[in-house]
Design a protein around this ligand. Sequence first.
Ligand code: G6P
Length: 520
Amino acid sequence: MTPPAGQPDLPVVLLSHRGPVSFGRDESGRTASRGAGGLVTALTGLMSDLPDAVWVCAASSEEDAAVAAEHGGKAVEVTLDPEPRLRDQDGAGAADGLPTMRLRLVEVEQQAHDDFYTVIANPLLWFLQHGMYGLALAPVLTKREHAAWDDGYVAVNRLFADAVVEEVQARGGRALVMLHDYHFYLVAGKVRERCPEAVLSFFLHIPWPGPDAWRVLPPAWREAVLNGLLGNDVVAFHTEGFARNFLLTCQELLGLPVDLEAMTVRVGDRVVSARHYPISIDVAAMRELAASPEVAEHAGALREAFCDQGRQLILRVDRTDPSKNIVRGFEAFATLLEDHPELVGRVSFLALLQPSRQDVPEYADYLAEIGAAVARVNAAHAREDYQPVDLRLVEDLAMAVAAYTVCDVLMVNALADGMNLVAKEAVVVNTRESVLALSENTGAHQELGAFAVTLHPFDIQQQADALYEALTMGRDLRRARREAASRVVEENDITKWLTAQLSDLAVDLDAMEERPAGGS
Ligand code: G6P
């Protein structure tokens, strides 16, 4: 099988922390479930189409680690359609013609993973990049954080770099290496040293702030992050602003020459490109799910609970991440009810929240704050037969999609967000001409802001006023805006995100091959 037109003619080695499949165990034996989320869905499609590709990710359960150990740490073959399944060593699963994917699950020793994930990647890098530190009291970098950097972040990046190098070398040293997200800033530098013929690209799924924000990290750490990233040929972001911030950070903190027209930075005799590709969703798959009986059943129940008899519903769907600004969202809703008492009993707020990163203390504390905020709003405004906020701590995609279809307003008030796919999902399936109330600090605002009511994430009064505007907007305007937003998402869907990157890399590769060795 040859790769589709416009894609580099090289085997792909992909790395992300979360993988497309995770194994578990129940009374019937080993089970396998798909990873959730847009990124995994999009990349799964790509990876099962490509010959000789491998996806490297962390073993995230005991059973993942057992699968890895049984195969001596090497890649395993899985089928994904219709349900994920490990291909047996005797070949079952491939013989029936189902597409397979190679998966390399890397087991990380528990203490190193804790340091890497719960001390450095989340919170430190995540908070820094989402502009969440006030700096008066946090972060504090003590012996503990220094040890977590050395024995966690650096060590885990080295471990994954070794796995990537092995996979590239198994493919003759020439491969397209696609690295994903803030967990793996140091990998490219290490891979380039050992695989000089590999083409390396990195995609960041979260914001990249301006140079000064990075001064929070000790010089040795921030230089390691930047030099690691500069081991890539291409570093890609969701927005042009993030790409520009990256170049300015290289200029300011490393003193490197950058070209803001060409969007490149020169490192010795090499040129690294900073590009932007806004990630999106699989529109057809989202609509197929929205049309399923399971979603219809949930939608019926939600309509009865929140929408009948002229009542209106405000919805939010998020991980319980402090960057999502959930507490201020509830405070804005309380302000709305105080300013417009006629809405009490007529407008409800449904929050479908997926508990996230509860092993990180800041996230556990934030979940407690969310509960307290809901209790405050409900205590102040509940009536007989009316509970203003319905908080559901669930991870249930069918329920979320049902809620998208029936809500009147979708609230996305994130402090900062690389993209925010919830906004894109809701506009393509909603049936009630809902209004998108969207934070100006999301990547999605660049594409959808013109069709949304913009939220300022720190201004509770402005958010309350914007919610009121959304709830009282005329039907024609709502319909026109939702249809326009939906068209934008249809035209820029996940396939475009992926094919644009791959065809640009194919052009880069042609240019590299025409260039004399050592040239730039
Ligand atoms: C964001 C990050 C992803 C991450 C996801 C869930 O979308 O960009 O890399 O996988 O959050 O977070 P978790 O820590 O649960 O993997």
